[in-house]
Design a protein. Sequence first.
Length: 411
Amino acid sequence: MYDFAVIWDWIAFAVRWLHVITAMAWIGASFFFIALDLGLKKAPNMPVGASGEEWQVHGGGFYHIQKYLVAPENMPEHLIWHKWQSYITWVSGATLLMIVYWVGGEIFLLDPTKADLSLWQGILISAGSLTIGWIAYDFMCKSKLGEHSTLLMLLLFVLLVVMAWGYNQIFTGRAALLHLGAFTASIMTGNVFFQIMPNQRIVVADLKAGRKPDAKYGKIAKLRSTHNNYLTLPVIFLMLANHYPLAFATEYNWVIASLIFLTGVTIRHYFNTMHATGKGPHWTWAVTVLLMIVIAWLSTVRGPDSYEIAESRDLTAYEQQYASAQGFDEAYDIVLGNCSMCHAREPAWEGMHWAPKGVHLETTSDVARNAEAILLHAGLSNAMPPPNAIATMTSENRGKIVAWVQAARAD
């Protein structure tokens, strides 16, 4: 009966694990090649076409690396393409987004207090919005703005701020920040799939045909790769933000997300400059710390309606299914007695400003809407409540939660 919930949760875990593994591989390769590129030095007696070289030591051996700004004179016999890390990261991330925010859209994607949308409407906005970023960004890069990299990055930042605000007007805070990360990651993977790799294939084809490759293809690829380098850290933050309600479940989460993009720029600027010159500008760390202080302050600022409990609205069909099921009243009392002191709009637990993961369990709609999550965390497992938090969550009470959700599914 409830085995499907367990299987589905493990499928989500497996996809998340794959996503993390491939993301680490992609980020590692990206950071390595940017650092390598910035650290290249001219040396005597380099091969024709080589623009720089670098010696590195790792794993008990020495590596002698040379870069050809356009291409070598002849096609190498063995050529490694760095692309699958990016592709699999995006595919696994998109799959995870579908599992969590489309299939679980009634809980994690839609916020009925913000917008009156059906699940299919929310999914269409979710899917459609991810293409907007790439189309707009690619258009700017191919326009005359592509010749002004600083202006281009400023306009991209404006686009990201607008999307952060827009997502927050429709989706839950958790979904808004996750989608902003997916929006940005789609731009990054689009750079690899639509620009970097095709341009590299043109160069390879020219080499095989005995033609001299055009340097413009390498310049385009380098520009897009550099943009990806500066976008990486904010994307990581946004993907991790769903674990921290102080980031996503606050009044100004879209401002926090916007400022995080600036910290990504300051941090990467330090390391990129250090790789290029041997010394990074220390002012970037002061700016980063200042931005993080502002972010921490914003996370505690509450709007006038922060504590308001919206129980006046009608229950959605999804919520009604669980609220009308046999055993709901008893399960509701169990949740109130064991969970609501933390999972409240104004938590009663000392030192807690926001509900864990932004999940509220106070009203009928709150509990009904989060029924499946309650089942996994407090019915099938002992994850919640924490052992030292409350002593009345007995095995019998956990069984009543399981029985309630089973009854709702059977209706």
